[in-house]
Design a protein around this ligand. Structure first.
Ligand code: 5GP
Ligand code: ZN
Length: 115
């Protein structure tokens, strides 16, 4: 738990969020400013700042997150039409919350390349 981290506070239940799924390791909740009809955030409960901190020792959480993604896709009925998984890392990557998270965006056609 990082006391200054908003996603740690959400994971601890100190700040409310619209939670879709959680277990002992990961949490899935709706983004407060959705950029698509479906905009979920998938986070490890344990504080990891960003992709720069992924190591063999904590990579199991990444596997858990990516195993949850197809389940969410089926749950929300977007598995056939598709979706986008985004991780913003650091300032140039557009990261604004410094607790590792993956965006899951769906429900409209998403342009490429991103801005
Ligand atoms: P980033 O820009 O770091 O990739 O993504 C951070 C995301 O967190 C943004 O899409 C932003 O809307 C979302 N966000 C920031 N604060 C909160 C919050 O308090 N609750 C929820 N549900 N989402 C948040
Ligand atoms: Zn955190």
């Amino acid at each position: 738990m990082n006391d200054d981290c908003i996603f740690c506070k959400i994971a601890e239940g100190q700040i409310p969020a619209k939670i879709e799924y959680q277990d002992e390791d990961i949490l899935v909740f709706h983004d407060i400013t959705p950029q698509a009809p479906l905009h979920l955030l998938i986070i490890p409960k344990k504080h990891i700042t960003n992709a720069n901190e992924i190591r063999e020792e904590n990579a199991g959480i990444i596997s858990k997150i990516f195993t949850e993604i197809p389940k969410l896709a089926f749950q929300f009925g977007v598995n056939e039409k598709g979706y986008r998984i985004v991780n913003n890392c650091g300032k140039d990557g557009g990261q604004t919350v410094f607790h590792l998270h993956f965006h899951m965006l769906a429900g409209r056609h998403l342009a490429w390349p991103p801005g």
